[in-house]
Design a protein around this ligand. Structure first.
Ligand code: SF4
Length: 366
């Protein structure tokens, strides 16, 4: 469990298992909710109240985001990585050839993404200090700001100074998943590499907060461990971050393991119903938080949760470095995509559901 939590995992899981339908209803009647309410809403008892949870989530989504749904595109700048995460094809143990794009190649990718009509970019990279210096990243960010109004990063952890340099260069958002909050399992899944240090991984996002990064994205990898226990840790982590970095916005993601080339099997698979319950619970308890749903999920599931929970969707994702400029690129991808619709198709489908697509949602004026 998250080290900041006062309760033990056993206390939390025993509590969740014993929640009654009445307790769930009482959490749903409240105007402001806390950690305990999150536990109530992710409990098995809350499955009976899913319709009510859906309608409350829809109301909050409307209240905070109206009909707007924002789209962004990930750009993989490198699939080299010194870590050995068991669930990822970028692991150092996977001996397939890898590459880090040059600045010129990244610009080529940026132009190809721009041509798809996108204006928000997520820069993604494995951890490879040899080819990915802070100076290089800074240069990439500055260059990308010429093409995109909103930039976020999903890269290896940096210290406060490193994040500050990227924030000054134009980064507004940072995503750093804990993968699993279970410390024993974490060590098992991360046998070598700098990522093996559980505590420094937990604390890394706080460096982004200290550096003044505007959006702090947190999550765990769904399928590694019991989702209810992980959700409790995630919620506690978010509450801690909100308290310490109140100027930043919290963003939740719910990445679910999809098949990878290494054949890794999710030890604790999460069903669509469970994922929806989790997203609804977080939307209700953290009504002001951002929430994304990636192309790991099917188009049908994404369109459905965009109405009640998620306000931010990725589109046209290619998970290989160079995958936009070279559509035939057969390089190592990070995971399998389930929503392969074009950005245009995604926009059309979301519009049919009554949502309004927002491509440009950020302009720094001060
Ligand atoms: S999950 Fe991230 S750190 Fe782990 S192997 Fe993949 S790219 Fe590297």
């Amino acid at each position: 469990m998250l080290p900041y939590l006062k309760q033990t995992e056993e206390q939390i899981t025993t509590y969740i298992a014993g929640v009654s339908t009445e307790t769930v209803k009482s959490s749903l009647r409240k105007e402001r909710r806390d950690f305990q309410d999150l536990l109530n809403l992710i409990s098995p008892a809350a499955e009976q109240e899913i319709e009510q949870m859906r309608s409350i989530a829809v109301a909050y989504r409307k209240m905070h985001y109206g009909k707007a749904v924002r789209l962004y595109t990930p750009l993989y700048i490198s699939n080299k990585c010194v870590n050995s995460c068991a669930y990822c094809d970028f692991s150092i143990k996977n001996k397939s050839p890898r590459k880090t794009l040059t600045l010129d190649e990244i610009i080529k990718e940026a132009k190809a993404i721009k041509a798809l009509g996108m204006d928000s970019l997520l820069l993604v990279a494995g951890e490879d200090p040899k080819s990915m210096s802070i100076e290089f990243l800074e240069q990439v960010v500055k260059e990308m700001k010429k093409y995109f109004s909103y930039l976020s990063i999903e890269i290896f952890p940096l210290d406060t100074e490193g994040y500050k340099r990227l924030a000054d260069a134009g980064v507004e958002g940072l995503t750093l998943y804990q993968e699993t909050y279970n410390q024993e399992l974490y060590l098992e899944l991360h046998p070598a590499g700098p990522k093996r240090d559980y505590l420094s991984r937990v604390d890394a996002i706080a460096h982004g907060g200290k550096a003044g990064i505007r959006t702090l994205g947190v999550g765990f990898l769904l399928g590694l461990y019991d989702w209810r226990s992980e959700s409790a840790s995630l919620a506690a982590h978010a509450i801690w971050l909100r308290k310490h970095f109140w100027k930043s916005k919290i963003q939740f993601s719910f990445p679910r393991i999809t098949p990878v080339g290494t054949g890794f099997q999710a030890p604790a698979p999460v069903s669509d119903e469970e994922l929806e319950q989790m997203m609804l619970a977080f939307r209700i308890v953290f009504p002001e938080a951002d929430m994304t749903i990636s192309t790991r999920e099917s188009g049908k599931f994404r369109d459905k949760t965009a109405l009640s929970c998620a306000g931010l969707l990725s589109a046209e994702s290619r998970v290989t470095p160079g995958g936009y400029a070279d559509a035939e690129d057969k390089d190592v991808g990070q995971f399998m995509l389930n929503d392969t619709r074009s950005a245009e198709q995604i926009k059309d489908d979301l519009k049919k559901s009554g949502l309004e697509i927002v491509i440009k949602y950020w302009d720094k004026c001060i």
